[in-house]
Design a protein around this ligand. Structure first.
Ligand code: ADP
Length: 163
């Protein structure tokens, strides 16, 4: 039986921190579905379609990674692709508390699906989509934080907003 995991998140936009987690997950699992979970509580900069495109481009060198979008419960999506694992990244203790809540709820909803946490690499421990957007908005150098395709998309987005 192949080992299938999902890696859910907002990915608004995808960063090298996300990509590191996805790659390391893909080294362990046979297949990894990166899934954009549309969280209505968050105001996103990029549309779901734009995020799908960016993730697809950024992960195209990873043959066992697929990209998808889902509106609904993460555990239901996992079931729909026959996954029995959820991969999440951990940066700081604040992530830990947030993840404890999410994981407990997921286990309550579906105890067949196990959550796995991958500790970030030191160089990405400060990295988040929000900080990247903040830096990009004011013209800072983000080349070591996101892939070129995301850098380009951010420049375009903020140029549009200014113009
Ligand atoms: P969410 O809104 O679900 O937290 P994010 O896109 O912010 O979505 O994050 C998706 C996953 O990627 C989360 O598990 C998060 O902890 C992880 N992640 C985000 N940035 C990093 C990073 N720099 N290093 C490791 N994991 C990260």
């Amino acid at each position: 039986m192949s080992k299938i995991a999902i890696c859910p998140g907002s990915f608004d936009p995808i960063t090298f921190g996300h990509l590191d987690i996805i790659q390391r997950g893909a080294n362990v699992f046979d297949e990894v579905y990166v899934v954009i979970v549309n969280n209505s509580a968050k105001n996103s900069l990029f549309s779901v379609e734009e995020r799908l495109e960016l993730i697809t481009e950024a992960t195209k060198h990873m043959p066992n990674v697929k990209v998808d979008f889902y509106q609904g419960l993460t555990v239901d999506y996992a079931e729909s692709v026959s996954a029995n694992a959820i991969i999440r990244g951990l940066r700081a203790t604040s992530d830990f508390e947030y993840e404890m809540q999410g994981t407990s709820m997921n286990r309550f909803l579906n105890s067949r699906i196990e959550s796995f946490f991958i500790m970030t690499k030191n160089q990405y421990s400060f990295l988040s989509s929000s900080i990247v957007k903040e830096v990009a908005k004011y013209g800072g150098d983000i080349s070591e934080l996101v892939p070129p395709v995301v850098q380009e998309a951010l420049s375009k987005k903020y140029a549009q907003q200014k113009g």
